[in-house]
Design a protein around this ligand. Structure first.
Ligand code: ATP
Length: 323
């Protein structure tokens, strides 16, 4: 087919624990990742040239080679040179709805969509684990974004153990539009402040990984015990990000309303989310927060957890353009 349109969902972290340092300089993590309905749409269309051209009208999204969607396309072209030479380049259009630098893996989701989309367009027939192996070279969250749903992620975040999918759980996401937090800064600051508590020898790391595997949050997710999930939400990065951004702490406080199961920052922030058991409760929380903090810079979304990763938006090709 000449063109594909893909849905690329954001993720939230129900759990994020920094276990220690890795020899490669990254952090060893244990996370529980959850896809949500808030998503970007990525359109891919063969363009008859030998180049990929990126389009996105969001001012915070870079259009050069640093864009993760462009990097995904480049990686595919390098991996499958003959196929690329046969099909040629493509126009990649990102319709951005996921806030940028927000802790919601927007860039990773875009890269995941390009990998899945080019696999389809080029009729490669790659397996999900082959796509995830390519995705891990682009970023630690990309493998999860391909599969989506609910998963325990270890290593840098790229080693995934799927968990039973959650449903009928809503998240109110809240973020100040003008506030961005760099993921690299959040981890660097955490290391400066708490690096002395890291474990690094393989046995201790394995021990701490096992504690998360058999711990309360995984159990709560497996039992679909939403009250417990709300109570056990956890994110180590709050310890470095919240003190630097008091307005995020205040926003977090403002979300602690009746009917809310729990509140937490997602990833490296600054998005915070509140979980509820019904859409009506989530909408009520959104209205109450809007009324309490009447700041035009504050964005709020109500979104349901989702059990899917990258999905086709339209299985049929666009009609050919008229000459
Ligand atoms: P994560 O949760 O994976 O750390 P994030 O949600 O915090 O990611 P992103 O929205 O992925 O952050 O953006 C982080 C930075 O990546 C942005 O500041 C932006 O310059 C750059 N970037 C590169 N490609 C993209 C893309 N396709 N969409 C958004 N940002 C991108």
């Amino acid at each position: 087919m000449q063109s594909y349109s893909l849905i690329a969902p954001a993720k939230i972290n129900l759990y994020l624990e920094i276990l220690g340092a890795r020899p490669d300089g990254y952090h060893e993590l244990a996370m529980i990742l959850q896809s949500v309905g808030l998503a970007d749409t990525i359109d891919l269309r063969l363009n008859g040239t030998d180049k990929f051209r990126l389009h996105c009208d969001h001012p915070q999204v870079p259009l050069g080679e640093t864009n993760l969607a462009s990097r995904a396309a480049k990686l595919m072209a390098e991996q499958f040179r003959d196929v690329f030479a046969n099909y040629g380049g493509a126009d990649i259009t990102i319709h951005k709805r996921i806030p940028v630098a927000a802790g919601l893996a927007g860039g990773s989701a875009n890269a995941a969509a390009v990998l899945v989309g080019l696999d389809l367009m080029w009729e490669l027939g790659l397996t999900q684990s082959e796509l995830q192996e390519l995705g891990a070279r682009l970023g630690s969250d990309v493998p999860f974004c391909i599969a989506g749903g609910t998963a325990l992620a270890t290593g840098r975040g790229e080693e995934l153990d799927p968990l039973p999918p959650l449903s009928h759980l809503w998240a109110v996401l809240a973020k100040y539009r003008s506030l961005e937090v760099s993921t690299a800064w959040a981890y660097r600051t955490f290391r400066e402040q708490f690096g002395s508590t890291y474990v690094s020898d393989p046995e201790s790391l394995e021990d701490r990984r096992q504690r998360v595997h058999s711990g309360g949050m995984v159990g709560a997710v497996v039992r679909r015990d939403k009250a417990k999930i709300g109570q056990l939400l956890h994110n180590d990065l709050e310890r470095s990000v919240l003190p630097a951004h008091p307005q995020v702490s205040q926003l977090r406080q403002a979300l602690q309303l009746p009917g809310v199961l729990g509140v937490m920052m997602s990833g490296s922030g600054p998005t915070v989310f509140a979980l509820t058991e019904s859409e009506a409760q989530a909408l009520q929380v959104r209205e109450q927060v809007k009324a309490a903090i009447s700041d035009p810079d504050l964005d709020l979304w109500v979104t349901e957890v989702s059990s899917t990763g990258i999905q086709l938006a339209s299985p049929h090709p666009h009609p050919p353009e008229k000459p």
